[in-house]
Structures are given as structure tokens and as C-alpha cells.
Design a protein around this ligand. Structure first.
Ligand SMILES: [Zn+2]
Ligand SMILES: [Zn+2]
Length: 425
């Protein structure tokens, strides 16, 4: 686990290489799709964040989100001036609005820690990848980001990743849907709890996570946004589905797919994998064309997604994806006496020139533990330098994989190691 008991991340060496592997895969794929990395500040201006959240959400929804933002105030501040970033989209839109010109589009990604308060209002840190395609209204842009998200999951070894999609329509579709839903809520008020009624009435696109049976049963027959799509949104949704089907992406239309934030329009989607026999959402996103104008005053059509990297890491770990990764070829070097120290360092330098990792035993004086130590470090070969051997111009090379010792003249060492590397990897 990469989290300590308080839920904060602490990456120890046994996990760091796994995170680096995920990050290098992300970088490789982002570069193939021509997405540029943005490194966003972790400390954010509280007011900018507050304005962003309230601009993009209904009042009740904004209040709920704000409650989970981790803000900082100094001893003399009566208001918070800074917050720890809870997400990246608001900052990315501000940066883009400052530089975008008519007809331009930008592809950005960012990853790293985000901070919020948990359900119990305790500080929480989580790792997230965010991807945003800004400046294009085309269907290609949403199909591209969906493909990228699917590709990342598959390349990380989650080959069963599937897609759930829905359309939130445009403002023209959302208006008649909202009216139909509110009428339905009114005529079924007795079946719903007060929270469901109030939340859905205030925001018909909101997520109702209520688990009460009567609420869930009642909502099954509630109007669905997909039945209210205008001709343009309907046509766009058909095109997205057609492209995803042609790309052999496993997908299903889920007309009840909702988002934590209601600012999305048209295509919305979730990425899922099977986990403990149940579907698990590992990320998702959608189109959010109206958001930028509300926050920055500039109209920027946009589509994006997030991936929850902590969840992905845990699923990869559980599926033993990392154990299939071969560790780099490395050589362990130990010596009998301090006279041989310089030789250890010389051999190491020569091996480094061939890109070979070395592990030097700092405790001079050969011991029985050396072989165990070399194996524990994942080394394939072990060089043992002994005074009497060196006087005769030779040394001992021990192949730890084949359990085979070999005495060699000094000048043949590097060649033999290169041959052994070829045979082992
Ligand atoms: Zn529409
Ligand atoms: Zn309810």
C-alpha cells in the first residue's frame, strides 16, 4: 500500500518503481496522442477556486463540494486565502483562456496528488490523472479522449476495461427533461425521501446516491435524459456509439449514468473494470462546453476525463500486474579486503558504461550472507574479489540464476558479463 494509516501517501522504494512504471506508461501514451503535460500548483488561490466551483455548479451542489475543499488560513486570517487543489479543471481553463485564440485547440494532461475532505470531513490525499482536450466541438475530440482513456487502462494491464456512456444533451434537451423530471418528482413525492426530492428537484442532472429501496424503485421509472435529446444531440450520440463499436471497445449505454458534477453536456462516460465480482469505476469524464464561459468569460468547448490512479494501482497490485515486469539486469560486487576497494569501483564504472546496474557490498570481507544479499537485491550475477585470486590475475564470477561459479582472467570479465546478460534477458 502506498498510503499510511492516516490516508496520506508515502511511497517507499518497493512501491516507487511501480508508480514510475505507471507514470512512464502515461507519458509514452500522452506523447503518442500529442498531449502536453501541465504541472499545476498544489496551493491554489481560494477565491479563484470558490468562484470556479460556484460558477459551475448549482448552489446546493457547490455548497456540498466546497465543504470538502481543504483550505488553509494563517493565525491572523479570518478567511482562507489558500486551498490545496481538489481538482485541476478550473486551473486548466484559466490558463487556456489566457492564451487561446480563435480556431486553436489544446491537449493537456496533469497528474499528481489532489486533496479533499473525506465523507467524515477528514483530510484526504489521492492521486489523479486529468486529461483535457480544449477548443474543439467535434465528435472526434470526445472519441479521441475516450480511446486514450481505454488505451491507458489496457496498457496498464487492465484489459477488461469497459465503457459506460450516456448523453446529458444540450441546454435545449435539458430544459424539457428537467420539467418532465420535476413533474414526475411532484407526482411521486410520497415514494421519495426528502433529500432525493430536494436534490433532484434543484438539479435534475444530479447524482442520487440514495440507497433507500423506495427511492431507487421510484427512480427506475423516472424520465431519462436520453428520451429528451434534440435531433443534433441524438445524432452526435449515435456517432459516438458507432465509432466506439467500430473500435471494438466494450461499451454499454447507461441512461442513468450521472456525474458528481452537473456541468457536463452531451457525451459523458465512465471507465470500469471487474473487481471482486463487481463493476468498479476507475475514472470517467465527458464534454463540458458551457463551463469555461461561466468561469473565465471565454467560450471554450472542451472534453476531458480523470483516472483514479490510487484505485488503478490497487487493482494492478491485486492482479499481480507488477510481478510480470522484469527487473533490470544487475551485478553484485563484493570483496575480501579493503585493498580491493578501488578495483570494485573500477569494475562498477566499467559496467555502468554498458548500462549495467551494480550493487556494491560496503562491508568488506567476504561473508556467507553475500549470496543471500545479492539475491534479495535481485542481482543475476555476483563478482567475488579475493586477494589470492587477484594475485593470480583472476576473479570469481557467480551466476546466481544458474547457480554456476566460474573463475575468469580479469580482462575477460566484462565480455563474460555481457554474454551472460544477453542470455538472461
Ligand atoms: Zn440537444
Ligand atoms: Zn432517497
Amino acid at each position: 500500500m502506498a498510503k499510511n494509516e492516516r490516508g496520506f501517501h508515502e511511497f517507499m522504494p518497493q512501491d516507487v518503481w511501480k508508480w514510475k512504471l505507471i507514470e512512464s506508461k502515461l507519458e509514452e501514451l500522452m506523447s503518442l496522442y500529442d498531449y502536453q503535460e501541465i504541472r499545476l500548483a498544489i496551493l491554489q488561490d481560494h477565491k479563484v477556486l470558490h468562484d470556479g466551483i460556484t460558477a459551475l455548479m448549482e448552489d446546493r451542489e457547490a455548497l456540498k463540494v466546497e465543504e470538502h475543499v481543504l483550505s488553509l488560513s494563517g493565525p491572523d486570517d479570518d478567511i482562507s486565502l489558500l486551498s490545496l487543489r481538489p481538482e485541476g479543471t478550473i486551473s486548466v481553463l484559466h490558463h487556456t483562456a489566457r492564451m487561446i485564440r480563435q480556431g486553436e485547440n489544446y491537449r493537456f494532461y496533469y497528474h499528481g496528488p489532489m486533496f479533499r475532505k473525506s465523507q467524515d470531513l477528514l483530510p484526504m490525499e489521492f492521486y489523479q490523472l486529468g486529461v483535457e482536450f480544449l477548443g474543439s466541438e467535434s465528435i472526434l475530440s470526445e472519441n479521441e479522449v475516450i480511446c486514450l482513456g481505454m488505451k491507458i487502462c489496457r496498457e496498464l494491464g487492465l484489459s477488461d476495461v469497459s465503457l459506460e456512456i450516456n448523453s446529458f444533451g444540450c441546454k435545449d434537451c435539458q430544459r424539457p427533461f428537467a420539467k418532465a423530471l420535476r413533474d414526475y418528482l411532484d407526482s411521486n413525492k410520497g415514494e421519495l425521501c426528502t433529500t432525493c426530492y430536494k436534490e433532484l428537484y434543484a438539479n435534475p442532472m444530479a447524482d442520487s446516491t440514495c440507497q433507500r429501496n423506495s427511492c431507487r424503485t421510484c427512480m427506475v421509472s423516472a424520465p431519462k435524459i436520453t428520451d429528451y435529446l434534440c435531433d443534433k444531440c441524438k445524432e452526435n450520440f449515435i456517432r459516438v456509439k458507432r465509432v466506439q463499436a467500430n473500435l471494438a471497445h466494450q461499451y454499454k449505454v447507461n441512461p442513468t449514468l450521472v456525474k458528481n458534477f452537473s456541468y457536463y453536456n452531451e457525451t459523458v462516460f465512465d471507465f470500469l473494470v471487474e473487481h471482486n465480482g463487481k463493476p468498479l469505476v476507475i475514472g470517467g469524464g465527458g464534454r463540458y462546453d458551457y463551463l469555461s464561459e461561466k468561469i473565465t468569460g471565454k467560450m471554450i468547448p472542451a472534453v476531458g476525463f480523470y483516472l483514479n490512479l490510487d484505485t488503478i494501482f490497487e487493482v494492478m497490485e491485486e492482479r499481480q500486474v507488477f510481478s510480470a515486469v522484469t527487473r533490470p539486469f544487475s551485478v553484485y560486487i563484493c570483496a575480501q579486503s579493503s585493498d580491493l576497494e578501488i578495483m570494485m569501483l573500477q569494475i562498477a564504472t566499467e559496467l555502468h558504461q554498458h548500462g549495467i546496474t551494480t550493487v556494491l557490498n560496503p562491508d568488506l570481507g567476504e561473508t556467507d550472507k553475500d549470496k543471500d544479499e545479492a539475491l534479495a537485491k535481485g542481482c543475476s550475477l555476483m563478482i567475488i574479489l579475493r586477494d589470492n585470486n587477484i594475485r593470480e590475475g583472476k576473479l570469481l564470477l557467480f551466476n546466481l540464476v544458474k547457480q554456476h561459479p566460474q573463475y575468469l582472467p580479469l580482462n575477460q570479465l566484462v565480455d563474460e558479463i555481457l554474454i551472460a546478460r544477453k542470455a538472461l534477458i
